[in-house]
Ligand binder design. Structure first.
Ligand code: UD1
Ligand code: UDP
Length: 379
């Protein structure tokens, strides 16, 4: 079976890595082709993840870069179509909910190539989030939907997606975490930043609604400064966020803001160390809500909603909204020892890529006789 796997943005790499590794273990059965769209391109948003996760160099690098939603989505559509023509895969695998996910799925579906979506069915029910539009449209273009949790299965059923397309397999991001945690425990990032277990709060923020509006970002940054009076705050900032912090005059590399230490984004292994050893994590990331649940670290999510409610019902996550006063109050609750402990959701383990590969093989075997018959008829 020839499979094209598509990644483009930071959170995609940890989702494709275990699947690619699983497929590369059986070269007699699978020919995986790895495509990097180039949605993220800085070394610390891309190269470091290929290196940390042991990913091969991409077979195709599309170099689409940044742009408006239409520009970026269109650039992937245009650049990916010839790859599908050239490779003639049996299936295209897309992951997550970024613009590259939707564009690659759409290009393949229009060429009648079956598409599989890893992390299907998540819904925030908030269409002002560009990712929600990407999730819904991608799921409806796909032939195989690999889900991380029961609520995703229910969302897909409610949208009329046929039951036989839905495969509850677990969370590949968690498989990567469990694979790389031993290595992360040996990371020197703590020493480098003079951090010890439990003596700092880790922050990531990059949602446009939090960082593109001057008042919203100033309010949240002020809240972080207040929290930093009690506990050192370490903030590896996404390039979008760094740009805005500078633009709004809130921070610059030569004007560090008290105890809030703003850094460039860090690599995967170092970031896992920072997450695993933090007293508290404050974030608006999707993946970080999941990772903190597995690591048992209290997480405050600075959003009005989440497409990952299981991290609240079973995990360590608390949705705190975007009011800076509430964020400070909730952080103080955690610092007073009232952080959630949580438990591990079903199938969030190290066998997820194995389940995906098994489901692909079953699908292929069911499908192959029909295509073989069709090919024979054509001949
Ligand atoms: C994208 C995803 C978001 C995901 C996030 C993960 C979409 C719609 N959004 O948001 O779902 O949570 O990635 O990190 O797909 N930039 C750089 N260097 C880079 C990449 C980006 O400087 O390597 C800057 C550019 O100024 C760019 C901005 O960041 O315009 C935003 O990048 P973009 O890929 O459009 O969206 P993200 O905010 O990264
Ligand atoms: N991450 C990282 N370095 C950082 C910030 C995040 O390695 O400086 C990892 C994190 O461990 C998780 C993924 O990036 O695996 C989450 O990506 P991001 O927050 O960019 O996107 P989202 O999950 O919100 O789509």
């Amino acid at each position: 079976m020839k499979l094209v796997l598509v990644a483009g943005a930071r959170p995609n790499f940890m989702k494709v890595a275990p699947i690619l590794k699983g497929l590369r273990a059986y070269p007699e059965h699978f020919t995986p082709v790895f495509v990097h769209t180039g949605q993220h391109y800085d070394a610390d948003m891309s190269d470091v993840f290929l290196a940390d996760l042991g990913l091969p160099q991409p077979d195709h690098y599309l170099g689409v870069g940044s742009g408006t939603h239409a520009e970026q989505t269109a650039a992937v559509l245009e650049a990916f179509e010839p790859v599908v023509h050239a490779e003639r895969p049996d299936v295209v695998i897309v992951v997550g909910d970024v613009n590259s996910t939707l564009a690659a799925a759409l290009a393949a579906a229009k060429l009648c190539v079956p598409v599989a979506h890893v992390e299907a069915g998540l819904r925030s029910f908030d269409r002002t989030m560009p990712e929600e539009v990407n999730r819904i449209l991608t799921d409806h273009l796909c032939d195989l939907l690999f889900t991380t949790c029961e609520d995703a299965n229910a969302n897909l059923r409610a949208e009329g997606i046929a039951e036989d397309k839905i495969h509850f397999v677990g969370n590949t991001m968690v498989e990567s975490l469990l694979t790389f945690l031993p290595q992360a425990q040996r990371s020197a990032v703590g020493e480098r930043l003079q951090l010890s277990r439990g003596d700092y709060c880790l922050v990531t923020l990059h949602r446009p609604s939090n960082v593109d509006d001057p008042n919203a970002l100033a309010g949240l940054f002020g809240a972080l400064q207040e929290i930093a009076e009690e506990l050192k705050v370490v903030f590896p900032a996404h390039p979008r966020t760094q740009k805005r912090l500078r633009e709004f005059g809130l921070w610059s590399p030569d004007k560090q803001a008290g105890s809030v230490v703003v850094l460039d984004p860090v690599g995967y292994v170092d970031f896992l160390w920072l997450e695993a050893n933090a007293r508290l994590v404050i974030t608006d990331s999707g993946g970080v809500q999941e990772e903190t649940t597995i690591l048992g670290v209290p997480c405050l999510t600075v959003r009005q909603n989440t497409e990952r409610p299981i991290t609240i019902s079973m995990g360590t996550n608390v949705l705190v909204g975007t009011d800076p006063r509430r964020l400070v109050a909730e952080a103080k609750r955690v610092l007073a020892g009232n952080g959630k402990r949580g438990s591990v959701p079903p199938l969030w383990d190290e066998h997820v890529s194995g389940r995906i590969v098994a489901a692909l093989v079953t699908w292929w075997e069911r499908r192959a006789p029909a295509s073989v018959a069709a090919a024979a008829k054509e001949a």
